[in-house]
Design a protein around this ligand. Sequence first.
Ligand code: ADP
Ligand code: MG
Length: 217
Amino acid sequence: MGQEITVTQLRRWLLAYAARIIENEDHLTELDTAIGDADHGVNMRRGMGKLQERLQDEEQTEDIGSFLRSVAMTLISGVGGAAGPLYGTFFLRAATSPTNGSSVDLAQLTQMFRFGLDGLQQRGKAQTDDKTMIDTIQPAVEAMEAALATQQSTAVVLAAARQAAHLGMKHTIEIEARKGRASYLGPHSIGHQDPGATSAYFLFETAAEVFTKTGAD
Ligand code: ADP
Ligand code: MG
């Protein structure tokens, strides 16, 4: 439980996330072509390009709150679509969670994700099973909270988050969309994986990779 996650590690995480999204641009486009307007890949890639610029030329130390707020503003202005303001709200609200200034412990990291999720839900009004990014993020946050409650290590907590996020993402294939553009398709949305649930999965996949590397500072 002792491991602290620093701003430097958060920056590494989001750079890994940006790279993963850029690698998966075509995949996200295909998913949004099936049940949306085919722009999720392009929207996310554009935002991730802005995020890379923002993170690369940022070397001075800053506190976690300002760092997350700046990430949020970059996503709101860079991503666009429905997803930009939603991801932006996630990070804006995450920025209001308690930290130790330039680091968070595992409990604070979990709470940071919880604040983000609650903000996202207030903004988008989606619940689980509406076939959105909430279907990935909510089970992941709940898995982190459950693992944390039994005093698990960072690696175990983040592995649980990644696994729950993956199951949630895959579950969106089975269900009908009730929020966002895909909801216009009604039952025809069944059988397709939600694009936003997919881009959100990569947040947890890269967090599990980056925050559990041994020797990370
Ligand atoms: P747009 O729908 O404007 O084209 P994007 O294609 O970038 O925007 O993003 C679509 C994704 O946004 C969906 O796959 C879904 O996961 C997410 N989404 C849409 N509406 C909501 C909502 N109300 N709450 C949470 N996520 C949502
Ligand atoms: Mg779209």
